[in-house]
Ligand binder design. Structure first.
Ligand SMILES: C[S@@+](CC[C@H](N)C(=O)[O-])C[C@H]1O[C@@H](n2cnc3c(N)ncnc32)[C@H](O)[C@@H]1O
Length: 266
């Protein structure tokens, strides 16, 4: 893999895969590691259009979560540039394991962001979870890239006179999930809008963006759309093949060919 990793994705375990990347080669990491909650991503768990849901989502056992987290973060530490940064999405269940591992490895937590989304699972005996945590971290706080007016100029204001760049930089981000009805999908994915926002603030064109846990490949696909280079790993073969097809055909969403065939035959 040496010197041949840019704009490539690999169907292997990310800890093994990252060992082949040179030190200080990555500008930005955006990632959403497995949840550790015995997440069942099987096709039969989805009632409608279940054939569109890809199989193979690989979970981490709760009792192994800290060790697993330490190992992948340790590799990121070796390959991340001093000017780089990392955004890690996490539910609350294993957030503490991630925070402790980051601390042990001397990462600096820059912000603890909250991603508020439009839908949570309905509950009757507790509050509805409708947010995700996103830890924005780096190795060198003086050298890390950050472009404060990348999305809104210093003088842009809304009708009430509030500065748009300030509002955009508040640490609670309200961004809708994407549903992709009728198209092939994985059960969890980051919306393009959230990835675009991170890319704008923390990277430049041609920077190398890494996602060790690609899932549906959103980070690689959106990085390519935004003229960044990408590299990433996904252990599930069905997911990997799906990402490859998205990247090779420059397709954001892909129709299920079996469904199309069935429609044509009716
Ligand atoms: C929460 S999902 C990522 C979703 C992704 N952010 C997206 O937008 O589609 C985590 C992914 O990590 C994969 N995975 C689990 N263990 C892995 C490992 N050791 N190496 C690479 N991928 C792994 C899972 O199969 C799953 O697809």
């Amino acid at each position: 893999m040496k010197n041949d990793f840019e704009n490539k994705i690999f169907n292997i375990d990310c800890v093994e895969g990252m060992k082949n990347l040179p030190p200080q080669s990555v500008d930005l990491v955006i990632t959403d590691p497995p949840f550790g909650i015995d997440f069942k991503a099987k096709r039969e768990n989805y009632h409608r259009n279940s054939a569109n849901v890809l199989e193979g989502y690989t979970e981490i056992k709760g009792k192994e979560y800290y060790q697993f987290t330490f190992e992948w973060l340790n590799e990121v530490k070796r390959i991340l540039k001093n000017s780089g940064s990392m955004y890690i999405f996490s539910g609350w269940n294993y957030l503490k394991d991630i925070l402790i591992a980051l601390d042990k490895l001397n990462f600096i937590v820059v912000n603890h962001l909250i991603w508020k989304y439009q839908f949570g699972v309905v509950t009757s005996r507790k509050f509805v979870t409708s947010h995700y945590h996103c830890l924005y971290v780096c190795l060198d706080d003086k050298k890390r890239k950050f472009f404060p007016y990348a999305r809104f100029s210093q003088d842009s204001k809304n009708k009430k006179g509030s500065a748009l760049h300030y509002l955009d930089k508040e640490d609670v981000w309200t961004i809708n999930r994407e549903y992709w009805s009728g198209d092939i999908k994985t059960p969890t994915k980051l919306p393009a809008e959230i990835i675009k926002k991170i890319l704008a603030y923390s990277s430049e064109e041609n920077d190398l963006i890494l996602d060790p846990f690609l899932g549906s490949g959103q980070v690689a696909v959106v990085s390519k759309m935004e003229k960044r280079k990408y590299v990433g790993f996904e252990i599930a073969k069905e997911y990997f093949d799906f990402i490859l097809e998205r990247l090779e055909t420059n397709s954001y969403r892909i129709k299920n060919q079996t469904e199309i065939q069935n429609c044509l035959e009716i």
